[in-house]
Design a protein around this ligand. Structure first.
Ligand code: ADP
Ligand code: MG
Length: 478
């Protein structure tokens, strides 16, 4: 095959692969691939980094090979190699058009307009759906796959799959994204459907407004004519008794006529204080799914997807750094990435890992003196809120050292490792910035601290003795 044929052939393979892979994933993993050569029955596929190489090898190689063989029966195998010149290249312009799926922006936006037209006039202030929130742009990981599958089922068969669908989980984990994606998906399939998305407060305010204007019956009628009603963050109804009563009736009316109801909350129904029993039992009678905070792999996949959406490709090292050092709130994760990309655009060059660490420190981790309650112990047995001194003392104790040893510059292994561990705990337990920890340890550079933390994270996976110390300290902290 000459170059032209090779390119066409590869695009053919991509086109065949596309329907079997989610759009976000497809763009992520195949946007920067390139068929390098095809000799002796072996197709050589080039990808930007080792990370892509191992990901594609584990997840997609059999699929790619199968499609490659189908299109050219001389192909025996596919080999994935790294070609670093692909890093930073924009998406291949020759990428085949996406099958049925409407473009992330255009298609759904049209649906939104329809929803305005259909019900907007009569509904007072209508919260329109954000066209960015689609099922295709949602990255699925093990922590959210059930919620995603349920959302998809509901979007395909509103009123029939799961009713109501109740999605709960912590802040910034994608609940609003999924809820709006359902709305967008229903509308892009059928623009005539009456879909309404409201936050719980909007619902309440609208209700109060209508009651004041003595148009309560109007309100009822409108709500009960919907095909899909989506209410976000219903935990805020804790105190809104009248709203609960009204919503109960709306719910029943919609439910009985087979209309879809989708709800979200930061906690499961049984944990929402002052939620009327009968409303709670309604919330629980359909599908109840939670979203857990994304683990490392999902965080990485989200970062890669968002980079692709924005037309950037960061090095594996940087992406891994961000995925490693960010918390599990997706909103923050994406926020950090966005400011990093803005920074790159301004500077016009790729930052070093150190630049990233620096930027990251400033935007991501405000110094917190107080241990967040989510880590399980706001107040330690020491009798006050855990602070850096406690960590220093406890760590020194555990290794039979003096706290001053840890603060010294001595680089003997017996002292170095405990010092690194103390740094690690300050980071993990107090969320101190690398800079602040560096200061505590006598003005060390933040990159030293960063490496110390990474080192501990690595060692803890293989060093049994270290794990023993680690657990002992952790127990005392608690
Ligand atoms: P929540 O409503 O749970 O607080 P959001 O839906 O507002 O969270 O999500 C916060 C941000 O993170 C949004 O910009 C959203 O698009 C993004 N996001 C969250 N989860 C994912 C995911 N799995 N894939 C892609 N983007 C996500
Ligand atoms: Mg939300």
């Amino acid at each position: 095959m000459d170059e032209r044929e090779l390119k066409d052939y590869w695009h053919g393979v991509l086109r065949a692969l596309q329907p079997t892979i989610k759009r976000a994933e497809f763009l992520t993993w195949f946007g920067n691939t390139n068929a390098q050569s095809c000799e002796g029955g072996q197709l050589i596929l080039a990808v930007p980094t080792m990370f892509y190489q191992s990901w594609i090898n584990t997840k997609y190689l059999p699929l790619i090979t199968a499609e490659a063989k189908k299109l050219n029966n001389e192909i025996q195998s596919v080999k994935v190699v790294v070609d670093s010149t692909l890093v930073g290249q924009k998406k291949e312009s020759g990428l085949p058009p996406v099958r049925n799926n409407p473009p992330v922006d255009g298609g759904a936006a049209k649906g939104t307009q329809f929803s305005r037209k259909e019900i907007g006039g009569d509904m007072g202030e209508l919260t329109s759906l954000n066209p960015r929130y689609t099922l295709d742009s949602f990255v699925v990981g093990q922590e959210n796959q059930l919620a995603f599958a349920a959302a998809k089922a509901v979007a395909n068969n509103p009123g029939e799959a799961y009713n109501p669908l109740f999605i709960y989980g912590g802040v910034g984990l994608g609940k609003t994204h999924l809820l709006q994606a359902i709305g967008n998906a229903v509308l892009s399939k059928n623009a005539r459907k009456r879909v309404y998305y409201a936050t719980s407060e909007e619902f309440t305010n609208e209700y109060i407004g209508m009651v004041q204007k003595k148009r309560a019956s109007h309100f009822k009628e409108k709500y009960r004519n919907l095909d899909v009603l989506i209410v976000d963050d219903v935990q805020f109804w804790s105190r809104a008794e009248q709203t609960q009563v009204e919503f109960f009736h709306t719910f029943n009316a919609l439910y009985e006529s087979g209309k879809q109801i989708v709800l979200s909350s930061d906690r499961p129904p049984r944990e929402i204080a002052n939620l009327e029993q009968r409303l709670r039992s309604r919330f629980e009678m359909g599908m109840l799914v939670d979203i857990q905070p994304p683990l490392y792999e999902t965080r990485l996949a989200i970062l890669i997807t968002k980079c692709q959406e924005k037309g950037h490709l960061l090095s594996q090292e940087i992406l891994e750094y961000i995925a490693n050092n960010s918390g599990s709130n997706v909103r923050e994760l994406v926020g950090v990435l966005t400011s990093l990309l803005a920074h790159i655009d301004l500077q016009g060059k790729m930052p070093s890992l150190e630049d990233v660490a620096h930027l990251f420190e400033r935007s991501m981790k405000p110094e917190k003196a107080v241990v967040p309650s989510s880590s399980g112990y706001g107040v330690s047995p020491i009798g006050h809120t855990l602070n850096e001194k406690d960590i220093l003392n406890l760590t020194a104790d555990e290794f039979s050292l003096a706290p001053d040893d840890l603060l010294s510059d001595v680089r003997k292994r017996e002292i170095l490792v405990p010092r690194q561990l103390a740094m690690y705990f300050m980071r993990e337990e107090l969320q101190l910035s690398f800079e602040r920890i560096g200061e505590i340890f006598g003005g060390k550079n933040h990159t030293t601290v960063m490496h110390a933390c990474q080192k501990i994270e690595e060692q803890i996976k293989k060093d049994k003795v270290l794990v023993k110390h680690y657990n002992a300290i952790k127990r005392t902290l608690r």
